[in-house]
Structure formats: structure tokens, C-alpha cells
Design a protein. Structure first.
Length: 265
């Protein structure tokens, strides 16, 4: 199996070597660009080694500093991708010049697209029946040949139902995409991903809504400028205002402290 895995991405598709992992506020984060992230996800999924991956933004990082279970979930992940311009910015300030933001929606579409040539099988878990149905239909239309073998929107309060995990596992997906929202999905993956082995589980939160078309994503120029958070805040001010004021401010304080510590060292 390992011999086959090393061959799934040929040399013509490899970009320049990326930086090693970068520790951000106690969490080792992936450094590299979107294509590199997609490649390592595909390789891991095909390897059958299981585990789970986290898409981590400033809110999740700051919450983990006060919630030990979430911190343990991040530390226990196979990989933590910087899903947030501030996190990637801090990585670069700490010396990882190759670090780029890896957005959940972007990673998901990249892996579904590039995974077709390898016969990658996908399962969808989370959100609502309406969103999951639209997401499945849109992906199959956008990426002909993609294999979605399961699409499950768990009833409220039943995300931990073992029978749901058994049903998904029977479809033998390489990847299970999870959208329960942060930090619930990170805690769920840490607890339940073993039940889905050898599948790799990835938490992508709002990516389901964006790809299903039930929520509008920020314009590309805002994504590239690191302003996607502002678009989301403007779209859901009641839900996100207090979160952003609290966690983003805390992130800036801790980021400055970490940068100063590195310069002194």
C-alpha cells in the first residue's frame, strides 16, 4: 500500500518543497500552499491510516487556550491547516515563509477535483438534509466522475449515534467531510474518527453551505486580501460580532507576544 501511495502524485505535480511544520500558540500547523495541502490530504486518505484533520482559524486557536478538550483535539489531529489569514500571517512572521492560508472550502473542492483521478470516495456528514442534498448534487455536476458514497445530515443531538458511523463506514469512503461547526466538529472528530477508520475525517464547517449555495462566500478579492472574516461578520453580525471582538483581539495580543519572544530568542 505504501508503495502505491508514494506514486499517487507524480513529480510533475509537485511544487517546491514547503517549510516544516510551524508551531503557532502551542499547535503545530501545516505550512505550504493549497495544492500541496490537497496532495498530502489525498496521500493520507489513500494510505488508509485514518485520523482527522482540522482547519484552524484564530477563533479556534484562542478557544483552545481556555478549553483543554479542544486543545487536546488540535494536538491529536493528523494535521492542522491554517484556515485563516491571521494564522498564516503569524506563521510567516515566525519564519515559515511558505505558509499560505488553506481555506476549508478551497481544500474541499481541490481534493474532490484532484481526487477523481485516484478514485477517491467521499462521504458528507453534518449540516442539514437540504444543504447536504444540494452539496452532493452540485459537486457531482461540477466534478464529473467524483464519487460521493454517503451523505448524512445527523438529527440534532444525534451526531454521536454509533449507528450513523457504522452506516458511513460500510460505504468505505476514503474521506469523510464533517460540517458540525467549530469547535463542535473538532471535539467530535477527536472522539469519533476512530469509528470511521480507515477513513480520514476533515472538519470544514461552513464549506458545506458555501458550496451548496445556501450562504454567499466573500468575493475573491476579499479572500485574497485576508478580509473574508469581515464579509462573514457583515453577513452574520449577531452571531459573530462578540466572537470576533473577543477572540480576534486576543489573537493579536498573543501573536505580538510570540513574535517578540522569537526575536528575543
Amino acid at each position: 500500500m505504501k508503495k502505491a501511495v508514494t506514486a499517487v502524485i507524480d513529480d510533475s505535480e509537485r511544487d517546491e518543497a514547503r517549510d516544516p511544520l510551524c508551531n503557532v500558540l502551542g499547535i503545530d500547523c501545516f505550512t505550504g500552499d493549497l495544492i500541496q495541502a490537497g496532495d498530502v490530504v489525498i496521500q493520507r486518505a489513500l494510505s488508509g491510516e485514518g485520523g482527522y484533520a482540522v482547519l484552524c482559524n484564530a477563533h479556534v486557536l484562542m478557544t483552545a487556550r481556555t478549553e483543554p478538550d479542544l486543545f487536546s483535539a488540535l494536538r491529536g489531529a493528523w494535521s492542522v491547516f491554517p484556515d485563516g489569514a491571521p494564522v498564516a500571517w503569524l506563521q510567516r512572521r515566525l519564519g515559515s515563509q511558505c505558509a499560505k492560508r488553506i481555506g476549508g472550502p478551497d481544500l474541499m473542492s481541490t481534493v474532490v477535483d484532484r481526487g477523481r483521478r485516484h478514485g477517491l470516495r467521499h462521504a458528507l456528514f453534518g449540516s442539514t438534509p437540504y444543504v447536504v442534498d444540494r452539496l452532493e448534487r452540485r459537486f457531482l455536476s461540477r466534478f464529473p466522475g467524483a464519487e460521493i458514497v454517503a451523505a448524512v445530515a445527523p438529527p440534532i443531538g444525534q451526531q454521536d449515534d454509533a449507528s450513523l458511523m457504522v452506516g458511513i463506514a460500510r460505504t468505505r469512503p476514503h474521506l469523510v467531510w464533517c460540517a458540525l461547526g467549530a469547535p463542535k466538529q473538532e471535539l467530535w472528530m477527536a472522539q469519533s474518527s476512530a469509528l470511521l477508520e480507515p477513513s480520514l475525517v476533515i472538519g470544514v464547517g461552513a464549506a458545506f453551505d458555501f458550496h451548496a449555495g445556501t450562504k454567499k462566500r466573500a468575493p475573491v478579492w476579499m479572500q485574497r486580501s485576508g478580509l473574508e472574516w469581515f464579509h462573514r461578520l457583515a453577513s452574520e453580525p449577531r452571531r459573530l460580532l462578540s466572537r470576533y471582538l473577543k477572540t480576534n483581539t486576543a489573537f493579536v495580543v498573543h501573536a505580538v507576544d510570540e513574535i517578540l519572544r522569537k526575536r528575543i530568542a
